[in-house]
Design a protein around this ligand. Sequence first.
Ligand SMILES: NC(=O)c1ccc[n+]([C@@H]2O[C@H](COP(=O)([O-])OP(=O)(O)OC[C@H]3O[C@@H](n4cnc5c(N)ncnc54)[C@H](OP(=O)(O)O)[C@@H]3O)[C@@H](O)[C@H]2O)c1
Length: 439
Amino acid sequence: MDAIRTITTGFLGLGNIGAGVWRLLDEMGEEIAAREGVRFRVKKALVRDTLKRRDVSAPPSVLTASADDVLDDPDIELVVEALGGEQPAAEYIRRALTSGKSVVTANKLALATHWQELLETARATGSCLYFEPGVCGAIPVIRTITDSLQANRVERLYGIINGTTNYILSKMSAPFAGQGSASGATGSRGVSYADALYEAQRLGLAEPDPTADVEGGDAACKLSILSTLAFRAHVPLEGLFRRGITTITPVDVAYGRELGYALKLLAVAKRDGDRVQARVHPTFVPLSHPLASVNGSLNAVYLYGHACGELMLYGRGAGDAPTASAVVSDMIAAVREGCVGGGDAYRMTGKVVMETDWESRYFIRMLAVDRPGVLGAIAGILGRHGVSIASLRQTVGNGRAPLLFVTHIARESDVRAALSEIDESLAAIENVIYVEEGL
Ligand SMILES: NC(=O)c1ccc[n+]([C@@H]2O[C@H](COP(=O)([O-])OP(=O)(O)OC[C@H]3O[C@@H](n4cnc5c(N)ncnc54)[C@H](OP(=O)(O)O)[C@@H]3O)[C@@H](O)[C@H]2O)c1
């Protein structure tokens, strides 16, 4: 029988994810040793408060409040980073890599913000950096892109990559699941954004401060990493366009549903030659598309490669056990690959220019002044800016007429220019939502 290797490991963080990894190793350690020939011995785990009660079997001697106990210990070969936040996590990852340790991180913020520096450090030192758990939890999307799609030019990538916002939007759409039609103006609607957020917080699906999720920051970090790997060119976080879901109302969701769309916080990345657009925003997707049926806190990534065609990965994007599944998988990969594969797997081949203007269809909802000629004036403004109307719906309001336009493909800059000309004497713009038909 082959000998089983023991890898001395250090944890940075023993919160939701760190503890989840600990429990999964407790549960699966012997099976993993038998199957993979490796056993992980956790020597030290960095936490803020060593006296806090934790739902893990870690003995008190393992806990430390000093990062040096992990980062400066030459016995520790592998570091699992699950601290969260940009700093000191990024600096600790850099230090671990510099001293020749391999790192598995669940931290998309630290990684997306310090991508170049951390990848270069890994390459320079021959250490490995793994981050499957940081992007969509249990879904093996990083490995799929880097290890299964090398023969493809990935041209388009779409993701529902934040479970909190998907849960909230699903709740806001709830009455439509299996029920009859709903009139956007008068019929049954989903719960409000505030109520759906409250429910997500109550279930532990949203943080007490939900900003990073609901404003799209978390999804932007993941999209930066995903599109960088898919396009093999750095797509910097600061080059991404991002809009969150806080202005979405049940009325938007209801109207979209009547028009045949589901509303998602969609991450979109497209490459055309050396031009890339990467954006995260609320988006209507056709109900017939597989992404439309990704509901609740589930995640999915849908991409198109020139050889593989369409491909969709779907599953749990967060939670302690699903994320721990990806962490342990990366830990095993670090051992299997002899801790030299990581840097090369993420080799970049070119530079791209980030697009700041793009084409899309738009859903524009406004409350127009109820006066003859107003509709014509609004249509005229849109037309002058090259924004043509694919469908229009007008309902009866109380002094104000709710108007709903869906445009043909139009340029973002043209839509913005047109809307800036529509002032209060004509209408109040209530919401503008992207419509992605060509998925
Ligand atoms: N939660 C998820 O479902 C999920 C999914 C995928 C990825 N992630 C990512 O995983 C990472 C960890 O998330 P989490 O939910 O496990 O967070 P968490 O529950 O807040 O745990 C953080 C842990 O790090 C420790 N810590 C934080 N800052 C520290 C510092 N400066 N010095 C020493 N210890 C420090 C905390 O110590 P104490 O315990 O003493 O407070 C705690 O043990 C984040 O990057 C997150 O984005 C989370």
